[in-house]
Design a protein around this ligand. Structure first.
Ligand code: GDP
Length: 297
């Protein structure tokens, strides 16, 4: 597997030590478990998550009844696979749509994580599901972001509500929502200002925008390259403004896997979608089982 290659290789070291053994014991899994622990830490998975993971896997491995025909090393692979799936939330976490009126998706995130790109990618994705969309340009501090959103909106054939940078983000959001109701749009995607770091001004603005929108989804866009820091961000944003999930971007880059593996466990919030490239079609639902499969190679 090209993605998370280092993690895949590190885990393989664990199984390779169990070739030829007849049964998994506390003794013979000790070293493979250290390999697993090391591989996860090197992938930048958060330490408490690694500890729980390793404990759970060893408990299961030693108690396991041998399934006929399945070799012990393959049994450990299976246990790790299932544990990885659970760690990432188990089932796919679908986007929620409003029962009546427009579905409102509020997007938040730090600067440079790919938020503006995600707005357009999400509209493109939802259009394919047969939903009409509108983008709302609420990133008032970066005129370039508004222009970028207009260009991307045009590219994917979705209207962009952009009254400029004079109004406050919450006002823009409110007007955008009214416009969407008037035009019977199914989904309104609201872009917000990203900052280089979390600050009070950003959080206050997001809270205010959330209040006027009463959004169906509040999704934090995080960059996979930031590893377990992404999980910390999801936790902070959730505590501060209340979010419904995360969108993990740049999974096509050489991220090590820590973000994908830590976010749900650390923050309690699922990853709903992942970005794997700069093209508009590079956004897809996050499938924990497929991800686990890719990690295991
Ligand atoms: P924003 O500041 O959060 O709005 O970030 P942008 O949407 O402007 O994206 C920042 C840069 O990251 C741009 O060059 C995007 O093309 C790039 N980008 C966004 N998402 C992805 C992704 O999933 N993969 C890759 N490789 N690049 C991405």
């Amino acid at each position: 597997a090209e993605m998370f290659g280092q993690l895949t290789g590190g885990l393989e070291a664990a199984w390779s030590k169990l070739r030829g053994v007849d049964v998994l014991t506390k003794e013979n899994i000790a070293e493979p478990m250290r390999d697993i622990r090391r591989a996860l830490l090197e992938a930048d998975v958060s330490l408490p998550v690694v500890r729980r993971f390793v404990q759970s896997v060893s408990d299961q491995a030693v108690g396991v009844d041998l399934i006929k025909g399945v070799k012990p090393d393959q049994q450990l692979v299976k246990i790790v696979h299932d544990e990885l799936v659970g760690l990432m939330g188990g089932d796919v976490s679908d986007l929620v749509f409003a029962k009546t009126g427009p579905t409102v998706i509020l997007l938040a995130g730090l600067q440079g994580v790919g938020k503006t790109t995600v707005c357009a990618k999400l509209a493109f994705y939802l259009k394919k599901l047969g939903k009409s969309c509108m983008l709302v340009a609420g990133d008032v501090y970066r005129p370039a972001a508004i222009d970028q959103l207009k260009i991307l909106g045009e590219q994917v054939g979705v209207p962009v509500y952009a009254p400029g940078s004079e109004l406050k983000p919450a006002q823009i959001a409110k007007q955008g929502l009214e416009e969407a109701k008037k035009t019977m749009t199914d989904v309104v995607i609201v872009d917000t200002a990203g900052r280089l770091q979390i600050d009070k001004g950003m959080m206050d603005e997001l809270k205010e925008t959330k209040k006027v929108l009463n959004p169906t989804e509040v999704l934090l866009v995080v960059d996979a390259m930031t590893g377990q820091e992404a999980a910390a961000l999801v936790t902070t944003f959730n505590l501060e403004i209340g979010i419904t999930g995360a969108i993990l971007t740049k999974l096509d880059g050489d991220s090590r896997g820590g973000a994908a593996l830590s976010i749900k466990e650390v923050s309690g919030k699922p990853i709903k979608l992942v970005g794997r490239g700069e093209r508009m079609e590079d956004l897809e639902p996050f499938y924990p089982d497929r991800m686990a499969g890719r990690i295991l190679g």
